[in-house]
Design a protein around this ligand. Structure first.
Ligand SMILES: *Cc1c(COP(=O)(O)O)cnc(C)c1O
Length: 381
């Protein structure tokens, strides 16, 4: 049982759970009973796994362990959202007086966490373009503890050079943390490349069905232990039912990704030929399993009425999320990247005429047709 696709359906089982049921039951309980005071004490000495769900629950443990196994990492925890997983990951490394260096083309929520929240707790950050190695090196200070980036960035789909980031971190004694939400372990496994902490918004491909908000942090045992403490103290635990849903979704990660990646590649090729599409952003040479299931297009301002395009998409829904089984679109400049200063957006190339497409599992001909129809309807004659 060492192959990735097999691991997506055979999860490691958390200790002390009922293993006779084929599927892990939902432990929809806030607490676990104790036979006597010695039995309760056993939780604190580590002899008994569960006491109170904020401290741990079989369903949330199962999700953390499953993603850890897929990332080839020794440990993992599940949290209430991708952002809370990023937060406890940060706090497992950083304290007041510390500094981190992050890529500047970050997910909007992470950008806000770093620029608006962390400074209030004495943690400073410098954000630089990670495509320039010398800028990363130049940003490192004596109190820098962490390098943070994303494997595939949002929405322009820049593919990070993870080996280079790890090399810089090692040379400077820094911890590395990487958001692998867009790639998923199906495409990239940064822990295998030497990254210390890998984080996911399980709301996206891990869950895969847009029915749960969750996060997972996996990585080195000692760091995950520290992150777990933070999660317990801050109360960022995930509900058992949500963890169960994410585990159920995770089992089809490989077959969903296989279809979605293939559809995305074909849609990207088709869109390149369409009038009104100025540029298609679709990464290349990401992994032997393909190049991802997200496609971003830049519309030609002169020839496409953007509002009309969004109104003409038919069954393709407009949503501020991604990675579900249905094809959806979003408008990054007014949603996910709204928090970024206008000047930074301009510098990064995240402007108004950018449309981000999350490609689903539908028949590719229907997907192509939906976009061709919307583009046709939006042409300014
Ligand atoms: C959605 C997302 C997040 C935040 O996850 P939530 O589950 O919404 O908290 C972080 N990083 C990336 C790349 C995302 O797409």
């Amino acid at each position: 049982m060492r192959h990735f696709d097999t691991k997506t359906v055979h999860f490691p089982k958390p200790s002390g759970i009922d293993t006779s049921s084929k599927v892990t039951p939902i432990y929809q309980t806030s607490a676990f009973t104790n036979k006597d005071l010695d039995d309760m004490e056993a939780f604190y000495t580590g002899a008994k796994p569960y006491l109170y769900t904020r401290n741990g629950n079989p369903n949330t443990d199962e999700l953390g362990m499953a993603v850890a196994a897929l990332e080839s990492a020794p440990a993992g925890i599940a949290t209430s959202s991708g952002l809370s997983a990023i937060l406890v990951g940060f706090l497992s490394v950083l304290k007041a007086g510390d500094h981190l260096v992050a890529c500047q083309d970050l997910y909007g929520g992470t950008y806000q966490l770093i620029t608006e929240e962390l400074p209030q707790y004495g943690i400073e950050a410098t954000m630089v373009p990670f495509e320039h190695e010398e800028e990363i090196r130049a940003a490192i200070r004596p109190n820098t503890k962490l390098l943070y980036t994303e494997t595939i960035t949002n929405p322009l789909l820049r593919v990070e050079n993870i080996e280079r980031v790890v090399a810089i971190a090692k040379a400077n004694g820094l911890v590395t943390m990487v958001d692998n939400t867009f790639a998923t372990p199906y495409l990239l496994r940064p822990y295998e490349a030497g990254v210390d902490l890998v984080v996911h918004s399980a709301t996206k491909y891990i869950g895969g069905h847009s029915d749960v908000t969750a996060g997972v942090l996996v990585g080195k045992e000692a760091l995950i232990q520290k992150a777990r403490e933070k999660a317990v103290h801050l109360g960022t635990n995930l509900g058992p039912f949500d963890a169960w849903l994410a585990c159920r979704g995770l089992k089809t990660l490989s077959i969903r990704m296989e279809r979605q990646v293939n559809n995305a590649r074909r849609l990207a090729e088709d869109l390149k030929k369409r009038p009104g599409v100025k540029r298609v952003f679709y990464p290349q040479n990401v992994s032997p399993n393909g190049d991802g299931a997200m496609v971003t297009i830049e519309m030609d301002k002169e020839s496409v009425d953007l509002k009309r395009f969004f109104q003409s998409l038919g069954w393709v829904k407009i949503v501020a999320t991604l990675a579900g089984v249905e094809t959806t679109v979003s408008h990054p400049s007014s949603t996910s990247h709204r928090a970024l200063p206008a000047e930074l957006c301009k510098r990064l190339g995240i402007h108004d005429h950018l449309v981000r497409i999350s490609v689903g599992i539908e028949d590719i001909d229907d997907i192509k047709e939906a976009f061709a129809r919307a583009l046709h309807a939006a042409m300014i004659h």
